[in-house]
Design a protein around this ligand. Sequence first.
Ligand SMILES: Nc1nc2c(ncn2[C@@H]2O[C@H](COP(=O)(O)OP(=O)(O)OP(=O)(O)O)[C@@H](O)[C@H]2O)c(=O)[nH]1
Ligand SMILES: [Mg+2]
Length: 235
Amino acid sequence: MRTLIVIPCRDEARNLPDVVGELRSVRPEDDIAVVDDASRDGSAEVAARLGCDVVRLPLHLGYGAAVQAGIKLGQRGGYDVVVTFDGDGQHDPADVAPLVAAVAGGADLALGSRFQAPGAYQGGPLRIAGRRLFAALCGALTGLALDDPTSGLKALGPRAQALFASSRFPDRFPDADALVVAHRAGLLLTQRPARMRASRNVHSMHDGLRPFAYAANMVLSLLVAALGRARDLRE
Ligand SMILES: Nc1nc2c(ncn2[C@@H]2O[C@H](COP(=O)(O)OP(=O)(O)OP(=O)(O)O)[C@@H](O)[C@H]2O)c(=O)[nH]1
Ligand SMILES: [Mg+2]
């Protein structure tokens, strides 16, 4: 399976050498694209020096837009699978193979789940509560037991790439809402274990009061995902 690994990146210059090095040693066949979201620390230059494809967004557009740009790149390149992979060292490259195998076996989207991997990093109580809430909402809206809807580790087959490259993609925080959109579009979703680790960074995109804004946004985005006409998603 021709695979593109997409790393959305905001100020990861310090981590990219290890993250890319580890990926290359475990998955030497895969291509790696770093989508640099106007980082201030030279991440794009580091990624280019490491030999990755680099998409340089001219302005800070945010995580979802960066992920979508990477998926579009993969779709245009005709990759069998696009894997989204964090740039802060939280994902284990060994977890990519089962996700790619799931897509090879017929799934459109395979999600890496820390709850399927005993001992995986879970974060503080707020994160755990948020994840439970969104997993429950996602389950209620789809009937699927996807237990880690905020996971950034995903493998997308061609149909999922096409959907997520379109305007149907919830491009702010594509988490549980993106899974609901994919399910309603008729895609086959599954999950595999992901041994998440603690981030190497002190700061995260979910610092301070942002989790509250995130939660409010996500509930609204889930409603939009659940209420739109399914027929429109299948076009
Ligand atoms: N393009 C882009 N990427 C971002 C942005 N914020 C974070 N990222 C990247 O998205 C990935 C996940 O970001 P994190 O801040 O680690 O978010 P998280 O993993 O949900 O939160 P933690 O568990 O605290 O690490 C990393 O590769 C970041 O570099 C952003 O504004 N734009
Ligand atoms: Mg992280």
